[in-house]
Design a binder for this molecule. Structure first.
Ligand SMILES: Nc1ncnc2c1ncn2[C@@H]1O[C@H](COP(=O)(O)OP(=O)(O)O)[C@@H](O)[C@H]1O
Ligand SMILES: [Mg+2]
Length: 366
């Protein structure tokens, strides 16, 4: 039997579809009592990983277990893990209640559980409506209700915020946090950090099927550094003066400014004055998690602009590389991203617009 821990363990997991390495040597652990975000751009391998965890795809390498067991050895898996994957279908002419009763019967829970879970997801008043007439937001809620039927210890949701309006996202956030606070395990995937940032405590960031970061979101936040953008009369002269005074995180920006990490506005101003270099402006840029996420996952597509454009000749520290988590467990010890890459030449993180598919949104039934 399974160990009842509520722990998800992914170890050296890999999946190859013909020539496509969808997932490569992925390892991470998800503990109960918190919400873990599973983040990466589209095509990074999130769905494939979750499908392997749920026993729907056979891994090429490695293992994915819940409570110490692969999904097919969980006994009555719906009692252990509830999941919502992409494109969950509903019989359009079946009411919400009847849909749930069919699933309840299949996993051996009493009929009344259908009404309980409808209440949990705020669909109580829509119990007798046909699922075919539901908005996207309502369908998401119904899918979640289905996942909750077995009162599972572990909840796995693939891109649950897709298509939700802000109110729906807020509702989901509170729901998932409450669920985790009961000591349960919640794993949610997303390609948009900002949609889940306030929901998650732990994060696994993947790109191109590989782990880029694995740890607490707080630690990732703390590891970021702010930087100062300086507009001097003589960029090369300022860079040299700063470097001579031990400030090494100096790099040019495309607009002719100098980006300085690990220093303060005052310190930079003093050194510039000492070197006799006029400064026309300074701007302090605070850490930005979204930028960090973009750095960690960039390069997914061959056509994406890279940060590593050659610096103008003649000055500056070598281009910093984005540190990568080694394959295997955990963030590397002392993992400290080196601040933003020079110049910010890359495209900003894509704020992908969700299609405005529903007007009634998540606001529940009308
Ligand atoms: N059944 C499949 N057959 C072939 N390639 C697949 C299949 N499923 C996923 N892929 C490929 O695997 C990669 C990862 O896909 P996916 O796991 O869906 O990523 P994500 O969920 O992060 O967007 C993509 O390149 C995708 O095209
Ligand atoms: Mg996906």
């Amino acid at each position: 039997m399974h160990d009842g821990s509520g722990r998800i363990v992914v170890q050296n997991l890999g999946k190859q579809f013909g020539p496509v390495n969808a997932v490569q040597n992925l390892s991470f652990t998800v503990e109960p009592g918190s919400v873990t975000g599973f983040l990466g751009p589209n095509g990074a391998g999130k769905t494939t990983t979750l499908r392997m965890l749920l026993g729907l795809v056979t891994p090429t390498t490695g293992t994915a277990t819940i409570n110490g067991r692969p999904h097919d050895q969980l006994g009555n898996p719906a009692r252990v893990v509830g999941s919502v994957l992409e494109n969950e279908g509903f019989h359009p002419s079946r009411t919400a209640r009847n849909h749930l009763r069919v699933y309840a019967a299949a996993i051996g829970v009493p009929d009344q559980r259908a009404d309980e879970v409808l209440g949990l997801v705020g669909l109580g008043a829509a119990a007798d409506r046909k699922a075919g007439g539901f908005s996207l937001g309502m369908r998401q809620r119904l899918a979640l209700a289905t996942a909750l039927l077995g009162n599972p210890q572990v909840l796995v949701l693939d891109e649950p915020t897709n298509g939700l309006d802000p109110e729906g996202i807020l509702w989901l956030r509170n729901f998932l946090r409450g669920y985790a606070q009961q000591g349960r395990t919640v794993l949610v995937s997303s390609h948009l950090l900002n949609e889940v940032e306030q929901t998650i405590d732990q994060v696994v960031i993947i790109s191109q099927g590989m782990t880029r970061y694995y740890g607490s979101l707080d630690q990732l936040r703390k590891s970021q550094q702010s930087r100062v953008l300086v507009q001097p009369a003589d960029a090369a002269g300022l860079a040299k003066a700063l470097q001579e005074n031990g400030i090494t995180q100096v790099s040019p920006t495309p607009d002719g400014r100098v980006a300085v990490g690990g220093s303060s506005v005052q310190q930079i101003g003093d050194l510039a004055a000492k070197a006799g270099i006029a400064v026309y402006g300074m701007q302090e840029e605070t850490a930005d998690l979204e930028r960090m996420f973009f750095q960690l996952t960039q390069g997914q597509y061959a056509g994406a602009p890279a940060y590593g454009q050659a610096p103008p000749p003649g000055y500056g520290a070598p281009q910093q590389q984005v540190p990568q988590a080694p394959p295997g467990y955990g963030p590397p010890p002392g993992y400290a991203p080196q601040g933003p890459p020079p110049g910010q030449q890359g495209a900003p993180p894509q704020q992908q617009q969700q299609p405005q598919q529903q007007n009634e949104g998540w606001g529940g039934p009308r």
